[in-house]
Design a protein around this ligand. Sequence first.
Ligand code: UD1
Ligand code: UDP
Length: 357
Amino acid sequence: MGKLKIVTILGARPQFIKAAAVSSVFSEHFEEILVHTGQHYDPNMSDVFFEELHIPKPKYHLEIGSGSHGVMTGAMLTKIEEVLETEKPAFVLVYGDTNSTLAGALAASKMLIPVIHVEAGLRSFNKAMPEEQNRILTDHISQLLFAPTQTAVKNLKHEGISNGVHLVGDVMYDGILYFSDIARKKSTILSTLGLSEKKYILCTVHRAENTNDPERLKSIVNGLNAVREKIVLPLHPRTKKCLQVYGIQLADHIQVIDPLGYLDIVMLEASAKKIVTDSGGIQKEAFFLGVPCITLREETEWVETVENGWNVLVGADEQKIVGAIMGFNPREERSDYFGKGNAAAEIAAIIRNTLKN
Ligand code: UD1
Ligand code: UDP
């Protein structure tokens, strides 16, 4: 008998990083076919991850590119359906909460192909976020739901979902455990940028609610401009465009650079004094690496990091941003909320057992 066939849908930066942890384990057990929707397409938002993290080359590249939510999701749905018609997989796997996630899950569900959702059960309880809509809808049409935290399991239960839910830990923790030593050995980013360990703040901003509202983006930049600290800002293309369109100026102590590959960003995260971000993945990585995190949002899905005192929510409030950069200092020991770093292996084992039963 041949190996079980799984089609995995990818499209955005955080999904490539999650796939790096999962696909290497899957290759031992399954025939995994990667489908890249093309949601992210700049070389430093896509190719760099496949090359440096040795993610297998996608068999299909759908080249969807950017667009409104409806245009993007609709085009993905059409093309993913064609791929599923051809491949007839036993499962379709999706990661996280992007438009590529929802399109993959919906295409599969309508064809009665069981959906595996990795990073299931996360909630911000803010339905204005496109990600919140994507994750709720995806969870409700998934058959196997791999939750990274106990909170995620609880969230699913509150929505009446308990069948097929498995607490396995976070695949991004697997990734950090595996790649952070490699990053320390291989990355030369500190010397390239002229930075010293723990002498700078790392910042990333890309959430629609921060970038699409000129007042919020201006307020965030005012906060960053007001502090007397070196700040490094790898700029997401969405944010780059918005800063230009709104004519927002960054002060000289902010070093703007292009988006980085994973090994370089992990090196920059681990060596930063503090991290200021609205990224979901980077909030967790800051926690894994023991770096204080200041989150530019009103709420977070990763509530454990806040409860444990390693993450503080400041929204887009200029004064709170300045206050946290100057004064936020975690004191608690970090707890073990995200599993043991073997989430990918657990996921593979559970999929195999599901089939046996
Ligand atoms: C998407 C996800 C978000 C995730 C983020 C990770 C959705 C709704 N949002 O947001 O959950 O946190 O990816 O980074 O799926 N662009 C480029 N080059 C690229 C990619 C994007 O220039 O390679 C620009 C385009 O102008 C595009 C804009 O960035 O319109 C936004 O891209 P999009 O994929 O729609 O959303 P993200 O903000 O990247
Ligand atoms: N990341 C990266 N290069 C960068 C910025 C982020 O490789 O310049 C990585 C980061 O370390 C994390 C992931 O991308 O693993 C998070 O993606 P992003 O912030 O784009 O999306 P989110 O996690 O908020 O969905």
